[in-house]
Design a protein. Structure first.
Length: 211
């Protein structure tokens, strides 16, 4: 019989692209601000950094698209990802489960940091404000799971304590994951099963089939 866990399952949940719809907000903001410029449709997005894909389209577009997400109000006005708020509230109420929002600010942080806090308070309430972890390096944060749309996460720790669950977003949906990696297609997918796979002494990568 598997030994009972000495502590709750700790789930780290990314914000942009997982809770807040960064990509849709960016495209909408870019088209509104630069209506005459070429843009990258969501179904054509490839690679985590939109700025680099716009740079490949035309070099001067990199700074233009960056000016959209660096502008005041951008992060605050992002729409929630469908099902995200309900999933996080349910997750937070699960027995023997700890949930934290683990998000990386822009290097030009003047607006995004405060707006991330306000977004969480507006959509999830003050209790989740207390559960925000703001860091440029997620590898140093202790957890069992990290749900994140970035396909590769590197930092100071070569072997983080968490298993990275790739959350499907327009820029990563084309990626084929190795058998040891798991992904969530959306918040309607098997996130409860993935959390439960970490209970009772373990369950690492591969204990639940990739979606």
């Amino acid at each position: 019989m598997a030994a009972r866990r000495a502590r709750p399952v700790r789930v780290l949940v990314d914000m942009d692209g997982v809770l807040a719809d960064f990509e849709a907000g960016l495209l909408r903001g870019f088209r509104r601000r630069f209506p005459g410029e070429p843009h990258v449709a969501l179904e054509k997005r490839r690679g985590f950094l939109a700025r680099e894909q716009y740079r490949a389209l035309r070099p001067d577009l990199a700074d233009k698209v960056a000016s959209v997400y660096e502008a005041p109000g951008f992060f605050l006005d992002l729409e929630p990802i469908p099902g995200a708020l309900e999933a996080l509230q349910e997750m937070n109420n699960m027995q023997d489960t700890e949930v934290f929002i683990c998000t990386s600010p822009l290097t030009k942080y003047e607006h995004c940091v405060a707006e991330k806090y306000r977004w969480v308070e507006n959509h999830l309430g003050p209790q989740f404000v207390e559960r925000i972890i703001l860091t440029r390096d997620k590898t140093v944060v202790l957890g069992d799971l990290l749900i994140d749309d970035k396909d590769t996460i590197r930092g100071q720790e070569e072997t983080p304590t968490w298993e990275h669950i790739l959350f499907t977003c327009c820029h990563n949906q084309h990626l084929a994951l190795p058998p040891t990696r798991r992904r969530l297609l959306s918040w309607s997918d098997n996130w409860r099963e993935i959390i439960d796979s970490k209970r009772g002494g373990g369950g690492g990568a591969g204990t639940v089939g990739s979606s």
